[in-house]
Design a protein around this ligand. Structure first.
Ligand SMILES: [Zn+2]
Length: 701
């Protein structure tokens, strides 16, 4: 599966160089929307712009750092950086990601125009980009690219044929959530083995809670969703009346599936997602679905074991297979075929997809320009071919060595902290340090690049290119089943402006894209760099020990290595953080769902302290550090830390994120953290009683 269940990112997945690749769509915009803020004209870049990792003009020095540190460090940035009309949020990270996209645009623009002297990999990314940009051909084709699939669907004579049809769709790289997801992942119980996974899917709204919540806003969102489904089905060729009937059917079937889907909080518990079974046992959950046929068709006829992450979901599929008619099922599938392909079809589909998923749900006024979406597509589907070009131009060996050194010092700080904890016993400490020293540090890009030579790409067939590249990815994923784990594989592409920890690999991953100014700044001293990138490294390391990561051992197996007393004390420690963050208001009357965000909040808290200790160590032998711009070295560490999180977010997006994003909003990722840290309070001379000094400060690591 493309999206691993337990990958802990620094940011929501959408804030990558591939920005918003999940539910977005664009076409070339004819002109700026009336009333939209003036936007600088974007051009393909030949070099990445430079902003230092401590930027004084981004601060608001009229604000009191002990009252609102976020305003103090980011006030200037927030004022000078309104949200562009094609974005749901705008942040320092998003800006770097956007600049990376412009830089990749320059690369792809060149490669799409130079038909001679290209390597095979350059031909593929250049021609994919060209085919995506040429909207006249795409618009002329209308619904033609999905007609064969819709005709095969219409021709099905019984529900018994669904397995064969669905297997073909999944193998072809169709929309990953088409009824359910199927792919490979490491066995939770034995991290050396790759096994097949069957996971829940089949919903058109962003999460199951959208179907179940009873408040007025959620009811309105469901109503708008039904209208959206009807519009899309009408575009695909159904009569208005038929489209409306089918949309109601879709809503009712998806609601039944949503009820049987685990909440995002429940999905943080790996034991709730670990149900290893034989194909015959899976068949007992869904007897009306021919799993033997399905597995044979996806090339896994001989598979012995699968992890069925949510058995109750597959039982709900069975109930629906029995209760809903063949025609109703065809309506449901038709919607998902159209929905999954919408971004790759003609303008009316792209526009309607945008109108619901981006404009209504997330408050975005305007579609992204076409080039941005096309660059994102290449990064998403042929990312390591494009990534090679990015790395060659932007990432030095020195940055790699310097950030690896930084990582080692932060690991050392973590080992010291673990050994000094008063709440953890010696047995657990010993295991924790073993796990810490087993973490692999991956920096920049993979040691071995992915070989795309099997993927056919032409400059004229956009939909075909998308299908070929997606299908390649699915087959690559399925081929891993039954083979040893490839520890060198990355889950993010090199230009991505994000980082992650994977508990089954027990590795931390920092793509080249996140090690660029102003996040990592080779031209500036250690204080802001340790504050910014150092805290990110610390954040990812502590994920190995958060409420979910701690359940995996040094080898990546789901195995309890904690004494029961220490596990209980750890829960008490994170409950302090849950209580703290659960009190912060996100938007209107919605507060942070801190049972969902606690892993990230604890990572932020621990990561910042570890980076601070490591920075002290790194600068120990230097002469007395001097103030710069009237700021002491300690203050500069914390300002560098806070300035990664400067952002503006639309209220609609805050609402979506409150339900789906395991990260707290930027403001609380700063103010919530520093108010727990005496080191911060000392640096700025904050007094007890001030907002940035919590009475019952939380400390986990
Ligand atoms: Zn994280």
């Amino acid at each position: 599966m493309k999206n691993r269940l337990f990958i802990f990112t620094l940011l929501f997945g959408s804030v990558a160089a591939t920005a918003q690749n999940s539910s977005s769509a664009t076409v070339a915009q004819s002109g700026p929307a009336i009333g939209a803020p003036a936007k600088a004209v974007e051009r393909p870049l030949q070099a990445l712009p430079y902003v230092p990792s401590l930027d004084v003009p981004s601060m608001d020095r009229n604000a009191d750092p002990c009252v609102d540190f976020y305003q103090y460090t980011c006030g200037g940035w927030m004022k000078r950086n309104p949200i562009p009309s094609d974005q749901a949020r705008w942040s320092v990270y998003q800006k770097v990601a956007d600049e990376n996209l412009q830089f990749l645009w320059g690369i792809l623009d060149d490669l799409s125009k130079v038909p001679t002297s290209r390597t095979p990999a350059q031909q593929k990314i250049g021609d994919y980009f060209a085919s995506c940009m040429y909207t006249a051909t795409i618009d002329k084709r209308g619904t033609e690219p999905i007609q064969p699939v819709l005709q095969q669907l219409a021709a099905l004579k019984s529900k018994a044929e669904f397995a064969r049809w669905l297997a073909a769709q999944h193998a072809d790289g169709a929309h990953a959530g088409l009824l359910f997801g199927f792919g490979s992942d490491q066995d939770y119980g034995d991290a050396t083995q790759v096994i097949a996974f069957a996971v829940s899917g089949g919903l058109g709204l962003p999460d199951r809670d959208y179907y179940l919540k009873t408040d007025a806003k959620s009811a309105e969102q469901r109503q708008k969703y039904v209208e959206h489904v009807a519009k899309m089905l009408a575009l695909s060729g159904e009569s208005e009346a038929q489209a409306q009937r089918d949309a109601a059917t879709v809503m009712s079937m998806e609601t039944a599936l949503a009820k049987a889907t685990l909440s995002l909080v429940d999905k943080r518990d790996p034991y709730k997602l670990y149900h290893k079974m034989t194909p015959a046992e899976l068949g007992q959950l869904t007897p009306s679905f021919d799993w033997n046929e399905y597995l044979k068709r996806v090339g896994l006829g001989g598979v012995q074991a699968l992890n069925v992450t949510e058995p109750a979901f597959f039982q709900a599929v069975e109930a629906q297979l029995q209760s809903e008619s063949l025609d109703d099922w065809k309506s449901y599938f038709r919607w998902h075929v159209v929905n999954g392909a919408a971004q790759y079809l003609s303008k009316p589909f792209v526009d309607e997809d945008f109108a619901f998923n981006r404009k209504y749900l997330r408050g975005i006024a305007e579609q992204r320009p076409r080039w941005k979406r096309c660059v994102g597509d290449v990064d998403n589907l042929l990312g390591e071919a494009l990534g090679q070009e990015f790395v060659r131009r932007t990432f030095s060996e020195k940055t790699k060595q310097d950030t690896l050194h930084m990582t080692e010092l932060i690991e050392k700080a973590m080992a010291q902290e673990i050994n000094g904890l008063d709440w953890m016993g010696p047995e657990t400490k010993k295991q924790a340090v073993i796990k810490l020293h087993s973490i692999r540090n991956k920096v920049g890009y993979p040691d071995k690049w992915r070989d795309y030579s099997a993927v056919q790409i032409t400059a004229t067939d956009f939909f075909g290119n998308y299908r070929n590249a997606s299908s390649f990815e699915v087959h690559r994923d399925l081929k891993k089943i039954g083979k040893p784990v490839d520890k060198n594989e990355w889950g993010m592409t090199p230009p991505t402006v994000n980082a992650y920890y994977n508990p089954q690999m027990n590795d931390i991953n920092f793509p080249a894209g996140v090690l660029q100014p102003p996040l990592y700044d080779p031209k500036i001293d250690d204080a802001p760099n340790y504050g910014n990138t150092g805290s990110t490294i610390g954040h990812e390391l502590t994920h190995g020990f958060d409420d979910m990561g701690r359940q995996f051992d040094a080898a990546g197996n789901l195995k309890d290595w904690w004494t029961p007393e220490d596990a209980k004390k750890f829960e008490e420690k994170i409950n302090c953080v849950r209580d703290q963050f659960g009190g912060y208001v996100v938007v209107d009357d919605i507060k942070i769902n801190s049972r969902l965000t606690s892993g990230e909040d604890v990572a932020d808290l621990g990561g910042t302290l570890l980076a601070y200790i490591a920075w002290r160590e790194a600068t120990r032998d230097l002469a007395q550090l001097q103030p710069v711009d009237g700021l002491t070295p300690e203050q500069r560490f914390f300002i560098g830390f806070a300035q990664w999180a400067c952002e503006n977010i639309r209220p609609e997006e805050l609402r979506v994120n409150a339900m789906t994003d395991p990260h707290s909003p930027g403001k609380y990722r700063i103010n919530g953290i520093v108010s727990d840290l005496p080191e911060f309070q000392q640096a700025f001379g904050c007094k007890s009683g001030q907002p940035m000094v919590r009475t019952n400060a939380c400390k986990v690591w």
